[in-house]
Design a binder for this molecule. Structure first.
Ligand code: SAM
Length: 284
């Protein structure tokens, strides 16, 4: 991220969720009517000028992933609330709208939106501009994962370390250095049983064949051009071992094949996932 500026990747992710609501078929992978609202009045014109580009493979895949990862995390959140988890933490929230959508299960729990101060400031401006209100149970926590203590900042904003919490960490782990990623896992692993983290990770080269490695090289070059390079990648088996070693009792790799079967089978709008970025869930 450029110093003093909001994350362009956060804006791009919200844009693709908003595009999904307009361009893609039913049922939606993710119902996010507020995404366009937060992007502001320029969204419709931007989309009109962008239709051709949005139909190209890289943007179809990116849109599929971005909608799927939020849907998966929100489905897991619902299950966690069902087993009594009462705190929801969005790490690197970007323009995630789950806490603001009427009727969303997030509204029944204490929610903490954690983000880099530059992105969070921008989101709060967007919320004000769009006249979106929120409950007193929603807290905005400014944190730089590479400098600040997540635990201290959360507790200062009312987070209760003695109660289980659900963490959604989407589109962030690969932008950080490995030690900062492990620090977040350690924090969640130290919370009461039933706490959970759901996140996406970029596959390590060691897991890929030569064709996939080549595809990965062009994707990494693309994200580098936005000034937000991928720094941290994992293999699913090693990652699960690491998480278990840190104290998680249950880990689940929600691969792109499983995600395809659950959310994409039978669609006729061309949305599809590739191997690049996959989901992991870990429960304390
Ligand atoms: C690709 S966006 C994803 C946003 C959102 N989770 C989503 O799915 O739309 C990455 C997010 O990570 C945040 N981020 C990146 N580096 C960070 C850091 N060092 N500390 C805190 N947040 C960071 C950015 O501000 C941004 O909101």
């Amino acid at each position: 991220m450029e110093t003093g500026k909001h994350s362009r990747m956060a804006e791009g992710s919200a844009y693709l969720r908003a595009v999904h609501m307009v361009l893609d078929g039913q049922p939606k992978i993710l119902e996010d009517p507020l995404a366009a609202t937060l992007l502001g009045p320029g969204f419709t014109d931007r989309l009109e000028g962008d239709r051709e580009r949005l139909a190209t493979a890289p943007l179809v895949k990116a849109r599929s992933l971005i909608c799927m990862r939020s849907r998966f995390a929100e489905d897991e959140l619902k299950a966690a609330i069902g087993r009594g988890v009462g705190q929801y933490v969005l790490l690197g929230a970007g323009l995630d709208t789950s806490p603001y959508r009427p009727g969303h299960p997030a509204q029944g729990v204490h929610t903490f939106e954690v983000d880099h101060p530059d992105t969070q400031r921008w989101k709060l401006e967007r919320l004000r501009a769009a006249d979106v209100s929120f409950s007193e149970r929603l807290h905005h926590v400014a944190v730089d994962f590479e400098k600040d203590s997540l635990g201290e900042r959360l507790v200062a904003c009312g987070f209760d370390r003695k109660r289980p919490a659900f963490f959604s960490w989407l589109g962030v782990s690969y932008y950080l250095n490995r030690e900062s990623v492990l620090e977040v896992f350690r924090f969640v692993a130290g919370l009461p049983p039933s706490s959970q983290i759901v996140f996406d990770f970029v596959m390590d080269d060691a897991e890929l064949n030569e064709t996939e490695r080549q595809a990965m090289r062009s994707i990494t070059a693309f994200v580098q051009r936005f000034g937000e390079p991928w720094l941290c990648r994992f293999g699913p088996a090693d990652l699960q071992q690491t998480l278990r070693g840190l104290g998680f009792s249950h880990t689940g790799h929600f691969s792109h094949a499983l995600a395809t079967r659950r959310y994409f089978e039978g669609r006729d709008d061309g949305l599809y996932l590739d191997f690049t970025t996959q989901m992991m869930s870990a429960i304390v």
